[in-house]
Write a new protein. Structure first.
Length: 427
């Protein structure tokens, strides 16, 4: 075959062969430093990254436990993962967990599946999160926690610094973005966790009643949570999102994310649904704000049961064990957070009353699982009834979302300023 014939055959084969998608490059942000980590194709499918390059980008290291043993320790901050070449299992703090694919060596280097960075490290509280909106893996700035006054157990705002030291510790959270720089050195950094209810296989509420085209609670809450994030960041508040995509986050993990972030407040956003046994369920309207305490009315218990039902989508949840909710709620009743959560709920409810077209249904209390594990002032906001046609239109309108988010952000600032004056002895 002539050279031209061989070239023609090669071009023909390349034209019919399926083109592989280009490999992505993982961007890692650690403080002000950005580093690109190249990826390769995993032998079993998917994407893999070089372990030592990933660890170095995150400020950690990979340690070979014994020459020729195939065992390694991947360390980031205080989190250590025990890996073994050829195995799809990882050991962390004595727990063995599966990886999406196995650890392997290639060209004398150790590689790990990309999911170890984007899924496992954030879940283990390693001070790492993956922002899918920007395809960016982030290692958080360390946090110096100010000593809280002895007279209260409510949260004290903290100052974030970039240089690790013996008196600092990493705050592992999910989906955080840096807020604008403070206007003055005396302005302390505030951290608020915004939780978009439901997600993934858990659609939450669907509505409106009598309308063929349905909307889902998980979609509205995510869209509104992003609007609220933007409004809070405009007010120089750092925001942590429990989710930024259509994914399922366990109810218990949402509050833990806030604890790991050392957040000042936890706001969980939801959409209400009418009781089908009501006389006119499609006409039910209004907004309400809940804090964690024992429900006083049948409707409070109904709303809590509706939102707590999301636990059935958590495949690893043990639904047969004794429910600790009652014990935790009784313990929290003695906690200053209960009083602060009630005050926060009042300010949020007043703020919504200024712009929301529906009636105010008031501040209420119930046993929401999503609030149980958040050890700080924590509230759940029902921004309207998705089963009502007019309120469904209101909640899905981008301009109305921004307006409602703005008034909630103002209420958050007002609460934080009042709290800071109280603990600081101001007027």
């Amino acid at each position: 075959m002539t050279l031209l014939g061989a070239l023609a055959l090669t071009l023909q084969l390349s034209a019919v062969a399926p083109a592989l998608p280009p490999l992505p490059t993982l961007t890692v942000r650690a403080g002000a430093r950005l580093q690109s980590v190249p990826t390769i194709r995993h032998p079993d499918g998917g994407i893999a990254v070089r372990a030592d390059v990933l660890a170095e980008a995150l400020g950690g290291q990979v340690v070979t436990e014994a020459s020729g043993s195939g065992r390694y320790r991947f360390e980031v901050g205080t989190t250590g993962l025990d890996l073994e070449a050829g195995s799809a299992l990882v050991v962390a703090a004595g727990d063995t967990m599966p990886l999406r694919a196995g650890v392997f060596r290639n060209g004398g280097q150790l590689y790990v599946p990309l999911a170890l960075a984007t899924e496992l490290l954030p879940r283990l509280g390693a001070g790492v999160l993956f922002d899918p909106d920007k395809a960016e893996l982030r290692r958080f700035s360390t946090v110096t926690v100010a000593r809280r006054p002895p007279a209260t157990r409510a949260p004290q705002p903290r100052v974030r610094v970039d240089t690790p030291g013996p008196a600092t510790r990493t705050a592992p959270v999910d989906n955080v973005r840096n807020a604008p720089a403070a206007r003055s050195a005396s302005l302390r950094q505030r951290v608020v966790v915004v939780d978009a209810g439901h997600g993934g296989p858990d659609n939450g509420m669907s509505g409106p009643i009598g309308v063929p085209t349905k909307i889902y609670e998980k979609t509205i809450t995510l869209s509104f949570a992003k609007a609220l994030r933007a409004a809070l960041e405009q007010r120089e508040i750092q925001v942590v999102m429990t989710r930024t995509t259509d994914t399922l986050i366990a109810l218990g993990d949402r509050g833990r994310i806030a604890n790991q972030a050392k957040a000042d407040l936890f706001l969980s956003v939801h959409v209400n649904a009418a009781n089908p046994r009501w006389t006119n369920p499609g006409g039910a309207r209004g907004f309400e704000t809940y804090f964690l305490a024992e429900a006083k009315t049948e409707d409070e218990r109904r709303v809590a049961a509706m939102e707590n039902e999301a636990i059935r989508f958590e495949t690893d949840a043990d639904l047969t064990r004794d429910d600790p909710l009652g014990f935790i709620m009784r313990d929290m009743a003695q906690n200053e957070h209960l009083r602060e959560s009630g005050r926060l709920a009042e300010l949020l409810q007043l703020g919504m009353k200024r712009v929301h077209p529906g009636p105010s249904r008031g501040v209420k209390q119930a046993g929401f699982r999503v609030l149980v594990t958040a050890f700080m002032p924590a509230v759940l906001v029902e921004i309207g009834f998705g089963t009502n046609k007019l309120e469904a239109q209101y909640m899905t309108d981008a301009e109305r979302q921004r307006e409602l988010a703005s008034t909630l952000a103002d209420a958050v600032v007002r609460y934080l300023e009042q709290y800071e004056r109280k603990v600081g002895g101001g007027g």
